[in-house]
Design a protein around this ligand. Structure first.
Ligand code: ATP
Length: 242
């Protein structure tokens, strides 16, 4: 479903004492996969999502979704949605309007589309909050609104850049379950950055371990996290002694 084919990008040094940071990715996901993207800080996880979303232009390689290359498409045209840790919502728009933006950026919705927005709010448990502004919501509720907007766009790929890491453990659990349930319902493929192997195990079936700008391990999540073979992955998981 998602094919990342010999994708390369190099951050050029900004100062004399710095070195270039080359990134190189190669892997594929099947439709309906939920893949956890793990790896140390600075490994290249956010950069990989930025390349897929089209915020960074690769030096070489290709990205395709359902066998169609998306590499020349603008970020808004790409068949994907993305959820960040914060700043997902427009503060001056209501919950209803923030979700409706996923249907039409001009907010001109038909009666049927208006119903879709209300249905999306029901799906994330926010039907009673449609007229509130983001500042009148908790952090978890705000992320639910943002998730509803992603899902109403009905794009086949959902990219998550640690959207729930600021939430407390119980709420984070609820959100992970919600993503899993809604992704299954809509057969959406999910690629999720997380710093928590426990969170990864809760919803993902695949795992991608990125280290030093490369995919160092890829496969079934239970195999990778319960019986890690690579030394650098074992080190990342805190299973080696120094
Ligand atoms: N705009 C930039 N210019 C130069 N180097 C950058 C830039 N953005 C990121 N980098 C470097 O690229 C590498 C990968 O960064 P990236 O943010 O993708 O890592 P990450 O795995 O998402 O880290 P974290 O888990 O801390 O968010 C890092 O070494 C970082 O310093």
């Amino acid at each position: 479903m998602l094919d990342i084919n010999q994708l390369r990008y190099t951050y050029q040094p900004q100062h004399q004492h710095e070195h270039p940071m080359p990134l190189s990715f190669n892997f594929s996901l099947q439709q309906g996969d939920i893949a956890a993207l793990i790896g140390p800080s600075g490994a290249g996880k956010s950069s990989l999502l930025a390349l897929i979303a089209g915020f960074l232009q690769p030096d070489s390689g290709d990205i395709s979704i359902h066998q169609q290359s998306i590499i020349t498409q603008d970020p808004a045209q790409r068949p994907l949605s993305m959820l960040f840790q914060e700043h997902n919502l427009f503060p001056h728009l209501t919950v209803y309007e923030n979700i409706a933006l996923g249907v039409d950026p001009r907010l001109k919705l038909s009666a049927q589309q208006q119903q879709h927005v209300r249905d999306a709010a029901v799906n994330v448990g926010l039907e009673a909050y449609l007229t509130r502004l983001p500042e009148q919501l908790s952090g978890g509720q705000r992320q639910r609104v943002a998730l509803a907007r992603c899902l109403i766009r009905q794009r086949p790929l959902l990219l998550l850049d640690e959207p729930f890491s600021a939430l407390d453990p119980a709420l984070r659990n609820d959100m992970l379950k919600l993503v899993q349930q809604l992704a299954q319902q809509q057969a959406i493929t999910v690629l999720m950055i997380t710093h928590s192997p426990d969170d990864a195990k809760k919803i993902a079936n695949k795992c991608i371990f990125v280290d030093n700008g490369e995919v160092k391990a890829f496969g079934n999540i239970d195999t990778l996290l319960n019986q890690p073979q690579q030394l650098d992955l074992r080190h990342y998981l805190g299973l080696t002694t120094i």
